[in-house]
Ligand binder design. Sequence first.
Ligand code: FRU
Length: 485
Amino acid sequence: MDESPYRPRYHFTPKRNWINDPNGLVYFQGEYHLFYQYNPAGSDHDNISWGHAVSYDLMHWEELPVALPYADGVMAFSGSAVVDWANTSGFAAGENPPLVAVFTGHHTIQKRQDQRLAYSTDRGRSWMFYTGNPVLDPGLRDFRDPKVFWHTASRKWVMAVVLSNEHRVRFYGSPDLKSWEHLSDFGPAGSIKGIWEVPELLELPLEGHPGETRWLLKVDVGAGGPWGGSGAQYFLGHFDGARFIPDPGDLATPCWVDRGKDFYAALSWSDLPNTHAGPIWLAWMNNWQYAKDLPTHPWKGALTVPRRLSLAPDPACGELVLVQKPLPELQKLRSSHLRLLSQRLAAPLKLGPQPPVLEIRAEFVLEAAREFGLRLRVGTGEETKVGYDAAKGQLFVDRRNSGPSGFSPDFAQKHTGQLRPENGRVSLHLFLDACSVEVFADQGRLVMTDLIFPNPTSNGLEVYAEGGSAWVESLDVWSLEVSSK
Ligand code: FRU
């Protein structure tokens, strides 16, 4: 038996200690590498190093020793990693291309930040800090989170990095990952209430238009997110090898990646074999408002499920929006199955005690009900509601009574997102783990990620309608099981 009922079963979390952003996601020789902001010595944000785990399927993770340690007064803040196939850096030893990590050096005494390299020539098992570090140092205090990728058309490495306080993403180019030339800046734009962090620049496929792509620039905000605290916003446009050119339109109103409160610092995998299907990213499932106060021990923090990304038109206005879909590979975790078909619902229907770890698909047809949906982790005085408010046209996650929330005044909230029924239907796809719920709706256009901390005895599951009836076309509930490796 695990030491805590909140330990996630299929979301990544380290065995012990503090974790924040995912870093250096890279696929190489059959392994998905996951690095992350990690305190090897405690459960607070300190001694920041790159922790390391590998997986062959993005579901089962093996934790490896710390890859980039905090050393000589320099913490290893966030960054990315690439396979340097052509050995442009010259770090290769023998046949194997090197893995190169590009990360921010955070000087704890001088409070300065610069960009640095580390490399591995043994499939990520051991790492060397480059002796020529730092490779980029304009002498700034808040200059961090380099995302690096190979830009094929202009045949060079491109880095997106933020000037946090200036609300600017700065782009650099390099032939060898070691010398960097300033290309352009983007911003301020969108939400500028908080500092900018962790940029991500991605080329995404357009659903239904094979071969067509558009660029997405994601940048996180440390405060002023959709429900307070941190959040992730994005812009769509083109990248010409030097500049990000946003599509014409409103650049002031932020487009949020996730309408829940616990999705931050997302990063995508570099060097995936089948890129035409779209990138895969995951995020830190947390919010800086209360990350340090979560009631979990001996670990603090977890990551979301991996999500495949693309773009699709919003049926309401025809404009492109980000689509996030949980990886189909998650279906391999499905175990026992419960199914309900074609049922009119006018009162709550209790589905009996359920395991804490579930995948749920539900399709509702709107009737007169004012509100309908699911009550998760129901117990004495506890429930987490995922429902649809028909009058407001809103999907919501209500975690006000989800369990203990006294650790932060900013936790017990109801989060909403606009959702138009499709042919009079609302379809929901949910992933429930021991302390989280992720809701995918509108074919991935609306996603909500929220932490919850229910009592282990709160194991009820109900489907409900209020103020009239709703038709349940289908409801599928799978318990999920993760075999240990
Ligand atoms: C985002 C962030 C990054 C920084 C890292 C430090 O959550 O603040 O900007 O590099 O975390 O751990």
